[in-house]
Write a protein that binds this ligand. Structure first.
Ligand code: FAD
Ligand code: ZN
Length: 486
């Protein structure tokens, strides 16, 4: 690696001249929000935060940084959960000013947006032409579409519409040498060689900087029905899922799992949370159905009735209004926030084949409870995708720091079980820094080698988000969180 000079005043001067001084931030207090990650697990350092306003300006910044051998860390809304957007050297390149919607084409069912568009803005623009852009995450009011694409974000609608990867038709990308690849085609079919866009999707800013995208739109459903069911176990919940998938097909659009502990802490801490069922159950599922038809409710009642008859459902409620829909979703969406109020939390974002998701929850919960009596398992999430946020809340009477010191120990227990089930140690949040060394442990060595080959080919100077996802020779540590506050 070429040594970097102490000061980069020449580079910053050139960037100021092109972008204007107000778009090259060096003042520490103004940089703060770009240097600390959402969960406060990582704090970074940077020469500057640079805010280009167009694709050409992004290309200019990358070219100048490449010439000065300065690292470039792209950042969208900085809502990422794996330390991927936090710089440990070089500059932060914020895409926030590239926030134009370039085109909405209802006939082709496509929308062309710049990378800095907030996800909610994209959803709203789709609704204006009576369509939906179905990507939906709790962070949708602040995450940006370039960040969603770079992390291949998941969320609550993957069951019906797929991950972000399935929603992207074309990309515009600034490469590590500053060239612009214009792949902004809205084609449904295109077999002209390698599928380059899929290289950049999910690459977490390590292969190129996404500046714009053509996304798929879908018809707006006419009806949505939300139900909340109580079951005796994760296995019973899986039986409910299977019954509903058989009877409702594509109209089953979300199936989110919550154990008793998760619902109890939501009811305890979340403002406005109301107990959805009168009794007490070991496992709960929030289920959403969507349809282009208007008479969905009757079908849902029938389908839930089948699961009730078989004993898989112990109790259920179906929301009778938009307000009740929202109240049930509020229970699920509050979960991320309320966990911190119960003390330290060790988090895993994993997936297994859907058929094994109940086994996984039971086996991993038992292993963790045996490893640390009193630990409270909060295993929730996208059950229908086989994706569980397998979080562990500290025992009530334990010192928080002592619990968080066991992070690696629990990673090993949980990830070994996931690996044994042919699952993934990162289902939707990505690798970033927090899972970089775990990836090296579990990823197929040939796949890891191919990833490094691609990285070296597309970014031979290793200036794009260095040290993230895969570690190359000369990359700085730190892979482990520098502060664990959640
Ligand atoms: P950032 O955090 O800014 O960046 C994320 C990564 O992408 C970094 O590595 C960064 O370098 C890179 N990057 C950003 N923009 C670009 C670009 N234009 N070109 C190249 N690289 C880029 N995630 C899910 O998948 N599903 C969920 O359900 C979900 N729920 C969440 C709920 C909450 C409350 C929070 C805080 C987060 C949640 N997340 C979820 C995580 C996060 O919101 C997603 O990863 C999101 O896609 C990140 O978008 P961002 O704009 O904030 O990206
Ligand atoms: Zn999630």
């Amino acid at each position: 690696m070429i040594p970097m000079p102490e000061s980069h005043s020449d580079l910053l001067g050139v960037l100021c001249a092109r972008l204007g001084a107000k778009n090259v931030i060096v003042e520490p207090t103004e940089m703060e929000g770009y240097l600390v990650e959402e969960r406060k697990l990582y704090r970074g350092t940077a020469l500057a935060v640079v805010r280009p306003g167009s694709t050409d300006e992004v290309a200019f910044v990358v070219r100048e940084c490449a010439a000065a051998n300065v690292a470039v860390v792209p950042q969208g809304g900085n809502t990422g959960l794996v330390g991927g957007g936090i710089p440990h050297r070089g500059i932060v390149l914020s895409l926030a000013r590239l926030d134009r919607i370039r085109e909405v084409n209802a006939f082709n069912a496509t929308i062309t947006v710049e990378a800095g568009c907030i996800l909610k803005t994209v959803q709203d623009a789709a609704r204006e032409v009576d369509c939906i852009f179905p990507l939906s995450l709790a962070s949708e009011g602040s995450c940006r579409i370039g960040g969603n694409i770079s992390t291949n974000a998941g969320g609550v609608n993957v069951l019906r519409y797929g991950n972000t990867r399935d929603l992207v038709l074309g990309l515009e990308v600034v490469l590590a040498d500053g060239r612009i690849w214009n792949g902004l085609k809205g084609l449904r079919k295109d077999n002209t060689g390698y599928d380059l866009k899929n290289l950049f999707i999910g690459s977490e800013g390590t292969l190129g900087i996404i500046t714009a995208a053509v996304l798929k739109l879908f018809p707006q459903p006419k009806t949505q029905v939300v139900a909340f069911v109580g079951c005796a176990s994760p296995h019973a919940a899986l039986e409910v899922f299977e019954t509903l998938r058989q009877t409702m097909g594509d109209e089953l659009t979300a199936f989110e799992f919550m154990p008793r502990f998760a619902l109890e802490i939501v009811l305890k801490h979340a403002p406005g949370a109301v107990r959805p069922l009168s009794g007490d159950h070991a496992a709960y599922a929030l289920i959403e159905f969507s349809s282009p038809e208007l008479d969905l409710r009757e079908q849902v009642e029938k389908a839930l009735g089948v699961a009730f008859e078989s004993g898989a459902i112990e109790d259920a409620t179906i929301a009778a209004s938009e307000a009740q829909n929202a109240a049930l979703w509020h229970l699920r969406e509050s979960l991320s926030d309320v966990q911190g109020l119960e003390g330290g939390s060790i988090k895993h974002d994993v997936s297994v084949p859907v058929s094994d998701v109940a086994d996984f929850i039971v086996i991993a919960s038992k292993a963790c409870e045996e490893a640390l009596p009193g630990v409270r398992v909060c295993a929730f999430g996208h059950f229908g995708d086989g994706n569980i946020h397998f979080n562990l809340t500290q025992p009530v009477d334990m010192e928080k720091s002592l619990f968080l010191a066991q992070w690696e120990r629990f990673n090993r227990i949980v990830h070994d079980i996931v690996h044994g089930m042919n699952g993934s140690i990162s289902a939707e949040h990505g690798v970033g820094l927090i899972k970089r060394d775990e990836l090296a442990r579990y990823k197929d060595p040939v796949a890891l080698d191919l990833m490094k080959t691609l990285k070296r080919a597309l970014d031979p100077q290793n200036i794009l988000n260095p040290g993230k996802v895969v570690a190359l020779e000369g990359d700085l540590p730190p892979a482990l969180p520098v502060a664990r506050k959640t």
